[in-house]
Design a protein around this ligand. Sequence first.
Ligand code: ADP
Ligand code: SF4
Length: 702
Amino acid sequence: MARDSRYDILFEPVRIGPLTARNRFYQVPHCSGMGYRYPNAEADLRGMKAEGGWAVVSTQEAEIHPTSDLTPANEARLWDDGDIGALALVAERVHAHGSLAAIQLVHNGLHVANRYSRMIPLAPSHAVGDSHDPVQARAMDKSDIADMRRWYRNAAIRAKRAGFDIVYIYSGHDMSVLQHFLSKRHNHRTDEYGGSFENRLRLFREILEDTREAIGDTCALAVRLAVDELLGPAGITSEGEGRDIISALAELPDLWDVNLSDWSNDSQTSRFSEEGFQEPYIRFVKSVTTKPVVGVGRYTSPDSMVRVIRQGIMDFVGAARPSIADPFLPKKIEEGRIDDIRECIGCNICTSGDNLGVPMRCTQNPAIGEEWRKGWHPEKIAAAETADGALVIGGGPAGLEAARALAQRGVDVTLADAGHEWGGRVSRESRLPGLAAWARVRDWRIGQLNTATNAELYLHSRLNADDVLQYGIPHVALATGSHWRCDGVGRTHRTPLEFLGEGPLVSPDALLSLGADAVSTNGPVVIFDDDCYYMGSVLAELLARAGRQVVFVTPQAQVASWSVHTLEQGRIQARLIELDVRIIPSASLAGRTRDTLQIACVYSGRTRSIECATLVPVTARLPDEALWLELKARANECADAGIRSVTRLGDCLAPGLIAAATYSGHDYARGYGAAPATDDVPFLRGDIAALWPSSGSEILSR
Ligand code: ADP
Ligand code: SF4
């Protein structure tokens, strides 16, 4: 298909200093959880983006010195020459597909605790770090500043030797020593590096000049700058010093990459912001510099991309998450395949990987992070070796992805769902406050299945074991989902709480189907959230918005504690407070009468009673496995009917994230027709040096 001429502007080449980017698609630096510990995985991840058409592909932040040690996070490193090889691999893979490779150099200042290097963190002034470790950063003196300049310079030279085209100096996310020097909050110095704006800017300016000199005139120099910290007068603002910084250094770099700080402001989820949410803060930038500008804002719509270029807000459409959900987004626009774009849903499961120091995963793109270790390509799957058909039961994220990927492999697929709409939990959850974009998980898969000639889709089709036997389709995948349990069992209570039923009890599933009407208006509704991710808080929001008096009880110290990893925790807690939800942290359940709930402090065991007209326990789910159990019990009949395999997928196997469900469906389709799993580790681990047996004798002789 030909590209729609409306999008031609997105494919114009753009100059960046001495270089030319082939189009306006720019993968900005983003962490992947596959930094220095998994160099092959990182290289293939970035190479895939280049193959997908991004004109510029950046690494994640690269620590320039062991005083900038983010362990256990797994970022890039350029501490010494020994780190060049791993990064050279990244540049090579990016170049192989005709893209420019960018690297973001950073010294993390007071943001690090240096847990591995054990060196003392550095900052403009004495400061407690923001890592929550009992560690303080020390104020840098003049010789430290000279060291810092030299470290940046050395790292820039190494970056060039590794083959990078664009070298970034990073002052963003409150994670860079340069931002710390710029910030009145962090910089209390009285010498020429503190005090006035010009003084606080000094180190940044010097390092930009040093870097320019170090990389020469064949590489481009880029700046990543937080133009607003969303802290009002206490921080950098786009009307104040954010603007002043760019005005003062306007023509010094070859490119400005501008965004919000901290990371939770920059990578806001769809629950809290729309596509393009950064525009009000960054739209001034092009008026104060002639250099190209890149910005982000979860852009997945080509029309929005064209708009931001035409309106002169940016020259490049920057993306981290949209490029994770769909590394081939540019190619698809170029080839006129707009409907094939797998749009990011803005859930931030990807950020949880970095926050937990593990390779990222993505709700929409199961192949992310598996490019090297499993050889998964996000767009291609080899044709299945068998012509046997497949029956997929359940059209939630697991079943939809299994059916879609099987159809892509040329397998004749029958997909049946009991419901009146596709999507399973995704459809139900997308009707909750702020989660509408999650329906994209369903929409993309249904869109793909609707164009497949080898997929038959049936709604209103609850299948039982007799139906399955009657079909006799050789391979059966059960993606029948799960339901919320109502017995209180979860993380905190490991055995059923008999007293829960002493008063009205409403399951999260009832709220998902009926909305707030499932809960009476008489008296307070208590949500007991032992799940600790999003569900408890969105149900609280649903009920509070419907005028219910809501009490939120959790055994954790914070609301939705796991959502720190998706960068949402602060916003979730703020929202519940704004909605007048009463929050009771650190409490478990201890007893119940008709109108009251007894709760116990998780530390002291001390109990107290709170009013409770309705209780909603959000604790854990149970697989909907009745069909599985029946088919297992009738294994002989299955064999006689020609059924050769029955496999559980997604929540039916073990309830989990939507990302786990799409992954499960995808994994099933990839392994379809292959030999059964062995005891071997099902992915490459070559990134870990093989110590055994070559150095075994050495180990034994110690
Ligand atoms: P997952 O997250 O694993 O994909 P979901 O709960 O989202 O699970 O989806 C499960 C889907 O399976 C639901 O849409 C449900 O209607 C469907 N389903 C459950 N049991 C049957 C069955 N026996 N026959 C057909 N569809 C079923
Ligand atoms: Fe987007 Fe969620 Fe994938 Fe991250 S995990 S790229 S937010 S869909």
